[in-house]
Design a protein around this ligand. Structure first.
Ligand code: FUB
Ligand code: ZN
Length: 649
């Protein structure tokens, strides 16, 4: 049997497996169990307590407003309240619930999800329209303010929920409701003379329609997704037209600029990542899907420019994005403050979505490395280790006053991180006609189909704590296909063997993936070793906030100092640019998570006698700095936290 590595780029579409095809254990298994056993029930209860079901269920009296409208500075009521997108929050709960049900059957969860789905089925209008805000709270105003009011955004989340619930349970009720709604949307929006040439101010519908098209095989949903992508930012500007139709001045806009919604230019002309971070990520995700489905090079080219802009100039080392609370989004290049970082959990979740979809055209570690970085750090930090509490903002420095919430009155993040974690298996692979790409490593079993043959891929590994990965291939008859293994850029000495025979790992010419094309036989074993050691990273000096500071990573994980291990005043700690002797130890009560300790110095912070400034240099004493994975901070009690630590000069 011959084994050869190839460097050709596959001219085909790589699609993610359906969620039920990949069963995770180990690191991700524990997180998925937390979501299945705990988070979903919490999300349901919080939606109930917030009054969301009272709004959705037409069998109940129309409720009072529960959340206020935003107010403009001149005191006039604006059109926006978080309540108008409650459908989306509930939809994400259904989606997380669907993945939880796939993890393990749970009659209580299924009955609750079925109950919500029944509400939406009852809510649906004879023409297919289905939005609780406009049917019950603001009747008669549907499709009058796409810019601000999240109508298509809510539809998108409900569509995603419908696809997930169908995959998990085989039940079609919500899928049928949403197909009827999507048909109504398709009749309403489009290039025709009697149609609206609009698109949503909060992107989401685009990627959702792609999922619906893939699930149902109905190409018309794909076409509608493409329409929404192509219509965005075209002149005459739809948001201006509809503002005038409402009797408003388009310039009287609370967010001031169409950049906020990435509608300032047609999407192929956009070169800088701007505006609201979650919206941007969802738009680019939809664009990447369309680029892959239609092999649209013009879209791919635009996305590559935007990708470089984001990851080269606007992304935190945690994969957090959107540094400003003011617009929940982007500011200027290299503006990455640490303690005031907004870095919304949903934005990192969205970055995972986008990165994974950039892999639709071909495996490329430029995207998969960032997928991993955002997933393990900026996104996962949003959920406590036990699955019960949530971060909305994810700063890289805390003075001890930032803690996970039980709930948020704009609760977009909790169900978003829950659905991402519970569906993590789908991000691990990309499957094309004759290739399987392994994007992420983690203990798991994947049941895939390649070259028209069912193939089971089992990963045995302690990843991300250890870089030894054993991949076993099981299949009924010998089959030729390519297994593409991502070799992360953080790993400087990877090694691979197949059946005990070493393979040269030279991936420079192949976008960071090692392609192993051979006739695979049942029981073949690939042993991949990605040695992990502590790496010290510095930021581009244009990031003024990180000058003279170092961040540490080990494998895919970014590490941080916490007060629980190091006392307070973490900025008194300095570490060498050469890290010195490193020791690792498990963190108590955190399921085999590994802490890393290195020699450090600590400044004497006493003797200031109330002065603000002084001339003499503080004394330093030797110390040990203990770092823990960033995603786990604030799990052991409140306290200070610091990612970018002062470097010794
Ligand atoms: O507007 C819907 C969601 O609420 C956004 O994605 C989040 O940023 C939050 O504002
Ligand atoms: Zn959010």
């Amino acid at each position: 049997m011959t084994t050869r590595t190839i460097s050709a780029v596959a001219p085909t579409t790589f699609r993610p497996p359906r969620i039920p095809q990949v069963e995770v254990s180990g690191f991700w298994g524990r997180h998925v169990d937390a979501v299945a056993d705990r988070t979903v029930a919490i999300l349901y209860d919080r939606c109930l307590a917030a009054g969301m079901f009272d709004q959705i269920d037409p069998a109940r009296p129309v409720p009072e407003m529960r959340l206020p409208f935003h107010r403009r500075s001149n005191g006039v009521h604006d059109t926006v309240t978080a309540q108008m997108f409650w459908d989306s929050d509930v939809a994400k709960v259904i989606e997380a619930g669907a993945y939880a049900l796939y993890r393990r059957p749970n009659a209580d969860t299924e009955a609750k999800m079925d109950g919500i789905i029944d509400m939406f089925a009852r809510l649906q209008q004879p023409d297919g329209y289905c939005n609780s805000w406009y049917i019950r709270m603001q009747p008669g105003k549907r499709w009058t303010n796409l810019r601000d009011c999240h109508e298509l955004y809510c539809a998108g989340h409900l569509i995603e929920a419908a696809v997930a619930y169908h995959q998990a349970t085989g039940k079609r009720k919500l899928l049928d409701v949403m197909c009827r709604y999507a048909d109504h949307i398709a009749a309403t929006f489009g290039p025709g003379p009697d149609q609206k040439a609009g698109y949503c101010g909060h992107e989401e519908i685009e990627l959702a329609l792609v999922r619906l098209a893939r699930e149902t095989g109905e190409q018309r949903y794909m076409e509608l997704a493409r329409f929404f992508v192509d219509a965005r930012g075209q002149q005459p500007h739809y948001f201006d037209i509809e503002a005038r139709a409402r009797g408003e001045d388009p310039l009287d806009y609370v967010h001031h600029t169409p950049e906020y919604t990435q509608a300032h230019l047609p999407v192929r002309q956009q070169t800088k990542v701007v505006g609201h971070a979650v919206r941007a990520m969802y738009l680019y995700s939809g664009m990447a899907d369309i680029a892959a489905e239609y092999a649209d090079d013009s879209l791919t080219k635009a996305l590559e420019v935007l990708w470089d802009d984001l990851t080269g100039k606007q992304m935190y080392v945690t994969g957090g994005i959107g540094s400003s609370a003011k617009n929940e989004g982007f500011t200027q290049h290299y503006d990455l403050p640490n303690d005031t970082a907004y870095a919304e959990t949903c934005a990192s979740v969205g970055l995972v979505f986008w990165a994974s979809r950039m892999l639709g055209r071909r495996p490329d570690r430029r995207y998969a490395d960032i997928l991993e970085q955002a997933l393990y750090n900026g996104a996962l930090a949003g959920l406590s280790a036990d699955g019960s509490r949530f971060f909305y903002e994810n700063p890289l420095e805390s003075h001890g006053d930032h803690h996970r919430w039980n709930w948020h009155r704009c609760p977009c993040c909790p169900p978003n991180i829950a659905r991402l974690v519970a569906s993590v298996g789908t991000y691990m692979y990309g499957v094309a006609d004759n290739s399987i790409a392994v994007h992420l490593y983690g203990d798991s079993v994947a049941r895939l189909e390649v070259a028209s043959t069912p193939v089971t891929l089992t990963q045995n590994t302690e990843y991300p704590w250890d870089g030894a990965i054993r991949l076993t291939v099981n299949l009924a008859q010998p089959t030729r296909f390519t297994l593409s293994l991502r070799i992360p850029a953080w790993c400087d000495a990877p090694s691979v063997s197949v059946g005990g025979e070493a393979i040269a790992v030279d991936v420079a010419e192949n976008l960071g993936y090692l392609d192993i094309e051979r006739e695979w036989r049942d029981g073949d074993v690939v042993a991949l070793t990605l040695p992990m050691h502590l790496i010290s990273r510095q930021a581009n000096p244009k990031v003024r906030q990180d000058i003279g500071r170092i961040a540490l990573s080990r494998g895919p994980l970014i590490y941080c100092l916490e007060e629980a291990d190091n006392g307070n005043q973490l900025n008194a700690i300095t570490i060498g640019r050469k890290l010195g002797e490193t020791s690792t130890a498990p963190i108590r009560d955190l399921h085999g998570a590994i802490s890393v300790s290195i020699p450090a110095l600590r400044e004497d912070t006493s003797g200031w006698n109330g002065q603000l400034y002084r001339a003499d240099i503080p004394m330093q004493r030797t110390a040990t700095a203990r770092f823990v994975p960033y995603h786990l901070w604030d799990n052991r009690g409140p306290g200070e936290m610091l990612v970018w630590v002062r470097a010794q000069s």
